[in-house]
Design a protein around this ligand. Structure first.
Ligand SMILES: [Zn+2]
Length: 210
């Protein structure tokens, strides 16, 4: 079986997902896509399309693999006691997701901050949490809240802030064709309800190092 999306250790993070390409699922999804190609007026038996249904089936399983991962467990696995109590900001996290209304990609950046309350988390876990909620059918608004809630409930920090900016291909490629519009969503808890703290976060995510 050719593997279009090989997993590396970092990506599975200790979670062994044996059925990443569950052959039965691949075959069933692929059969539907062969029908879809025909319904679209294509010839699924022509050379370029021969393996397309199977590739699409695998791609979709990869793009929705967040369903199989537990973001809270991943955070809990890398929590450390630490008295640091200033804002921790992880910005410019790449986001790739699929809108649940059209199953078309939306993508952009997430910026996440929290103010620790006795516990910090390994920094690489924040992008992991973003990715787990992005790798499924989503709406940007819900994804923003899910990331916030997961960090709040797991780390119990003094506050969490999440800002996500994405382009939605369902908007760019069809219908209104607002090609350059970017959708921004945000979600805050705790200390970030205060304007001063929120403004500090917004200043940090818009500032550049140079
Ligand atoms: Zn859409």
């Amino acid at each position: 079986m050719d593997n279009d999306f090989p997993l590396n250790e970092e990506e599975i993070d200790g979670y062994v997902k044996i059925d990443r390409y569950n052959p039965e699922k691949v075959a069933r999804i692929a059969a539907h896509y062969a029908d879809i190609l025909e319904l679209l007026g294509e010839d699924p038996t022509r050379q370029g399309l021969l393996k397309t249904p199977e590739r699409v089936a695998k791609a979709l399983q990869y793009l929705t693999h967040g369903y199989d991962l537990n973001a809270a467990d991943i955070l809990r696995g890398a929590m450390f006691e630490e008295e640091y109590s200033q804002m921790v900001v992880v910005k410019d996290i790449e986001v790739y997701s699929l809108c649940e209304h059209h199953m078309l990609p939306f993508f952009g950046k997430a910026h996440v901050a929290y103010i620790p309350n006795g516990h910090i988390v390994g920094l690489s876990k924040i992008p992991r949490v973003v990715d787990i909620f992005a790798r499924r059918l989503q709406v940007q608004e819900r994804m923003t809240n899910e990331i916030r809630d997961c960090i709040q409930e797991t780390l119990n920090p003094i506050g969490v802030a999440v800002v996500i900016e994405c382009k939605h291909l369902c908007m760019c490629m069809r219908g209104v064709q607002k090609q350059n519009s970017v959708t921004t969503t945000s979600a805050f808890t705790g200390e970030f309800a205060h304007e001063r703290t929120r403004n500090e976060f917004l200043r940090l995510i818009t500032a550049s190092l140079s």
